[in-house]
Design a protein. Sequence first.
Length: 319
Amino acid sequence: MGIGYLFNVIKPSLNVSRGDIGGVDLWRLLLLALTSRLLVFMVAVVSNWFIGLRISEVEELYNIDIPFLYLFARWDSAYYMNIAKHWYFLGREHWAFPPLFPVVLRVCSYPLCSFLYVDQALVVSGFFANNFLFLLAVAIFYRFTLRLFDDERMAFLSALFLCLYPGGLFFSAVYSESLFMALMLASLYSLELGRWWRAGFFASLASLTKSIGFLLFIPLLFRAVQEAKRGGGLDAASSTAWLAPIFTYLAWTLYGYLMTGDLNLYQHVQAEYWGVGLHDPITAFMSIPPPTRLLIAPAIIVSALSILVFLAEGGVRLW
């Protein structure tokens, strides 16, 4: 029900029908996106056959009796599943994970709990919901890129590269990445369409999915300033929408404080349990295992180049 609600809200922003996607068939693009998910699935299965699983002290949580799908419920999936079942009462370390994805997991798993164990229902619902959300994110990403650059080939290739990005394996896992990607893109696309309240709404949901989501206030505020310069003023929507993710994040921070007495709970938990955070980001990055750094590197490089190009072109052309 929760996933269906998100789709019904986002669907008007897509505003496409079969064969009407700027000359590129939407269904062809989604077929390629689905193929990428099947490829990830096959690679996971084959890798498990030849390499096996890395065992951890909490491995018993993932050993649900469902062939193959347990491969996509590893590591941080345990925290999301624990929050979905017990909220934040099992341990302080769970506060490193915002609440929206566990809520989506819990809601989507309800219909399955009548014939599956709770952990099984959470993994099955999480796997299929995330793959659906990834397809939705790819479609929004294509429309967003097409609107920005008015170049069908660029938009199509950009969406295709998103599908083939090696780190995209987490879009199929029981992680919050697919939900966050869909919400972030929905916010930015709504902003580009001039739908301020919708952009702020999706940005707020993104800030409840991953902690960095509150940073969506930056493009919202930037666009509001640009609109003010062009039109000579701001209306209620454009002048307040950028505050939505900030207030949502602050509300969640306040809730954590009321529950634990720690006003800077997220940063303290990240530093205490994972040794990461704003206190020393460079050391934290270097402590990441080399294979993971290789997955992160392309995103960092592309992001840095995008910022440089944006600034080189005056920083306002896209807006």
